[in-house]
Design a protein around this ligand. Structure first.
Ligand SMILES: *Cc1c(COP(=O)(O)O)cnc(C)c1O
Length: 384
C-alpha cells in the first residue's frame, strides 16, 4: 500500500520542496523515549542530520539533548530551545570561536578528538576562568561495513584517538587544570543496519573500562554515538527503525559501571523516514535506448545519491494506481553526470507535470542542500 500524501495541498506549493510527516516524527521520538525509560541512558539528536527549526522544536519538546559539530549548530540549537546542559559537541576541527561559544554557554561536554584539541580547550577555558567538561573520542578500529564515506571508526579514519594512544590522552586530560574529564566517546559510522558493529563496540568499551578500572580511573559516562540505519528500500514497512533491537544490544552487551550513564547520538534514525523530497517532472525524454524522467529537483536538493551512491524509493504520486508502467532513468537538472536519482526505475507511465516523491529523505537531505548552479534552496512544508 502506498503512503498517502496530501496531493491537493501539494498542488498549491511550488516544487521542489521537502515534506515532513510530523506525526511520524513524534511517533519515532515516543518510541525512543519508551525504549530508554528506566535506564541510565541519555539520547542526543545529531542536529547535522536535519536542522529545520520545525523539526528541532518537536525534538526539544520530546526532551532529547543535541549533538553538535559546529558553532553554527550551537547557535541553531540554542535558538531552537535545546538545554545547554544537554549539548555535546563533536568534530575533529573545532576552531577557537566555536570552542569559546560552547564555553560561554557552559555546554555539557566537548567530545575531544586529539591531544592538541585538549590543550586548546584547556587554555581557552582557563582564560575564561571556567572548567570545560570533556569526553575523549576513541577510534575503536571497528569497520561498520557501510559506505566508505560514512565509516568513521576504522584506524585509517580521521576521527578520534587510536586505542594505543588513549591512555596518554586520558592522562593528559586528567592533568590539565581547566578540564574535567567526563568519559569516553565513540561513533563508528552511519546507516548501520546489522547489530554486529554495535556488539563489537560494546566489547571494545567493556575492555577499556576494565583497563581503566585497573588503573583506578573511573568515568561518569560512556557515549556510544549514533549510526543506527533505516530501511531505505521499504519505508512503508519500517517507518520507525527498530529501536528496541538497537537499545537491547547495549542493554545486553555493555557492562556499565555503577552511577555511569550511557549516551547516544542518533541522527538519521530519528528524522530520515519522516521526510520526503517532492519534485515535479519537467520533461520525459527518449534517447536511443533509454527514457529519462527529468525532475526539477536535483543533487543540490538531495545529494545522497550523487555523494554516496545512495538510493531513495522513487514514486510517481500523480499517476493513477492502475496505470501501465514503463522503465526510466530518473535524473535532476544539474550540470553533473552524477545528478541521477535512479536508473532503470519502474514507474507508472510518467508525464510532464507529474509529482514525484523521493522517500526517506529527512536525514542528510535538506541540511546538505546547496545553491550550486545558483539554484534556490528547497522550501519545506509540514503535515498538519
Ligand atoms: C553524524 C554523527 C552522529 C549521527 O550519526 P547518524 O548516523 O545520523 O545516527 C553521531 N555522532 C557523531 C559524532 C556524528 O558525527
Amino acid at each position: 500500500m502506498m503512503y498517502r500524501f496530501p496531493l491537493e495541498e501539494f498542488k498549491q506549493w511550488p516544487t521542489p520542496f521537502y515534506y515532513y510527516d510530523m506525526g511520524l516524527l513524534s511517533k519515532t521520538l515516543n518510541e525512543i523515549n519508551r525504549q530508554v525509560k528506566g535506564y541510565p541512558y541519555d539520547v542526543h539528536y545529531a542536529i547535522k542530520a536535519n536542522g529545520n527549526p520545525v523539526i528541532l522544536k518537536e525534538i526539544v519538546k520530546n526532551g532529547l539533548g543535541v549533538d553538535l559539530v559546529s558553532g553554527g549548530e550551537i547557535k541553531a540549537s540554542l535558538a531552537a530551545g535545546f538545554d545547554p546542559g544537554k549539548m555535546v559537541y563533536s568534530g575533529v576541527g573545532k576552531t577557537d570561536w566555536e570552542i569559546n561559544l560552547g564555553l560561554d554557554h557552559d555546554i555539557f561536554c566537548f567530545n575531544v578528538e586529539s591531544v592538541p584539541e585538549l590543550e586548546v580547550i584547556n587554555e581557552l577555558a582557563g582564560r575564561r576562568g571556567k572548567t570545560a567538561h570533556v569526553a575523549i573520542r576513541v577510534n575503536p578500529d571497528i569497520d561498520a561495513h557501510t559506505h566508505r564515506y560514512i565509516t568513521t571508526g576504522t584506524a585509517e579514519d580521521k576521527f578520534g584517538i587510536n586505542i594505543e594512544m588513549l591512555a596518554t590522552a586520558v592522562d593528559r586530560a586528567l592533568k590539565l587544570p581547566h578540564l574535567h574529564l567526563r568519559g569516553l566517546h565513540f561513533h563508528v559510522g552511519s546507516q548501520i543496519t546489522q547489530m554486529k558493529p554495535f556488539v563489537m563496540l560494546c566489547e571494545s568499551v567493556n575492555g577499556l573500562l576494565d583497563y581503566f578500572d585497573r588503573h583506578d580511573i573511573h568515568f561518569e559516562l560512556i557515549n556510544v554515538g549514533g549510526g543506527l540505519g533505516i530501511d531505505y528500500d521499504t519505508p512503508d514497512i519500517n517507518p520507525v527503525p527498530d529501536f528496541q533491537h538497537f537499545f537491547d544490544t547495549f542493554k545486553r552487551h555493555l557492562r556499565l559501571r555503577r552511577n555511569q550513564r550511557l549516551h547516544f547520538e542518533l541522527g538519521r534514525s530519528i528524522v530520515a523516514q519522516c521526510g520526503t523530497l517532492i519534485a515535479r517532472v519537467i520533461y520525459v525524454k527518449e534517447n536511443r535506448n533509454k527514457k529519462f524522467v527529468i525532475l526539477d529537483a536535483g543533487m543540490t536538493d538531495l545529494i545522497r545519491p550523487a555523494l554516496y551512491q545512495a538510493h531513495h524509493v522513487i514514486q510517481n504520486i500523480s499517476a493513477a494506481v492502475d496505470t501501465a508502467s514503463d522503465v526510466y532513468d530518473v535524473v535532476g537538472p544539474i550540470c553533473e553526470s552524477s545528478d541521477v536519482f535512479g536508473t532503470d526505475e519502474k514507474l507508472p507511465v510518467t508525464r510532464r507535470g507529474d509529482l514525484v516523491a523521493l522517500r526517506s529523505a529527512g536525514a542528510y537531505g535538506e541540511t546538505m542542500a546547496s545553491c550550486y548552479n545558483m539554484r534556490p534552496l528547497p522550501k519545506s512544508h509540514f503535515s498538519r
